[in-house]
Write a protein that binds this ligand. Structure first.
Ligand code: OMP
Length: 253
């Protein structure tokens, strides 16, 4: 997590700029460049979502160009929600890190720890889906375990154990349920959380920060995608969000 920690301190920001590009191919390339250039001063990280690139011809090329445009000091998390048996996961890891040049990924833990470990390379970040922002009718994450707690708690425990063994493992926790953020923080006092759900999904920023910030005022990466993509001035919107976030962070000595 060193690159992320350094960048968050340097930019005094916990904002993750989500890149979920919509529109026709020509517009999209132009808008991506614009959003990256305007939001870079305020971004602790960027998170391109793989689906929005793969859904267009030459999507991998566009993704590579996108990552290339992002300043080297800002970490890039490729949001692919990967999760497959280890030898397949190894190929996803090669794609994310070697082909695309990402600094981190999101991973779905449903297939267990061996689906996560191939992504845990030195210097890379792995964000494991624990308690996501959506609210399904049939939520696997909310299944109560006979041993106590919920399946999402178990995902967090596995991620914590793997972080101890490999380093660089964080959680994905949605901003749409502050109680769940607090619960995850109790289970994982020190890990970094990638937190989507603010903006278009209506998550409560203040409640999320209160529930999830570590005592050092850090440890959360607040993602927003559509709200910046659709903003008339993405730079101003990003700056405003950083200011809002920083209002709730304790002032460090
Ligand atoms: O892993 C994610 O990034 C993710 C996890 C989650 O629980 N909820 C969630 O919305 N996301 C992603 O975060 C982004 C949210 O986008 P906006 O709702 O437009 O800000 C999308 O790329 C989602 O795929």
């Amino acid at each position: 997590m060193e690159k992320l920690i350094q960048r968050a301190q340097q930019a005094n920001s916990l904002l993750c700029v989500g890149l979920d590009p919509t529109g026709d191919d020509q517009q999209v390339a132009r808008r991506l460049a614009e959003v990256i250039d305007q939001t870079s001063p305020y971004a602790a990280a960027f998170k391109p979502n793989l689906a929005f690139f793969l859904s267009r011809e030459d999507g991998v090329k566009l993704l590579r160009e996108t990552v290339h445009r992002i300043p080297e000091s800002i970490p890039v998390i490729l949001d692919g929600k990967f999760g497959d048996i280890a030898n397949t996961a190894d190929h996803y890891a090669r794609f994310a890190y070697d082909v695309i040049g990402a600094d981190g990924v999101t991973v779905n833990p449903y297939m267990g720890d061996d689906a996560i470990v191939p992504f845990a390379r030195p210097g890379k970040m792995v964000f494991v889906l624990a308690k996501t922002s959506n609210k399904p009718v049939h939520s696997l994450q909310d299944v109560a375990l006979t041993r106590g707690g919920y399946l999402s708690d178990y995902a967090a425990q596995v991620a914590r154990k793997l972080d101890g063994e490999h380093g660089g493992i964080g959680l994905v926790v949605g901003a749409t349920n502050a109680e769940a953020v607090a619960r995850m923080r109790r289970l994982s006092p020190e890990q970094w959380f990638l937190v989507p759900g603010v903006g278009a999904q209506g998550g409560d920023l203040q409640a999320t920060l209160r529930a999830g910030l570590r005592p050092d005022g850090s440890g959360l990466l607040i993602n927003t995608s559509r709200a910046l993509w659709q903003a008339a001035d993405a730079g101003a919107a990003a700056r405003e969000l950083v200011e809002q976030i920083n209002k709730y962070r304790p002032v460090m000595a």
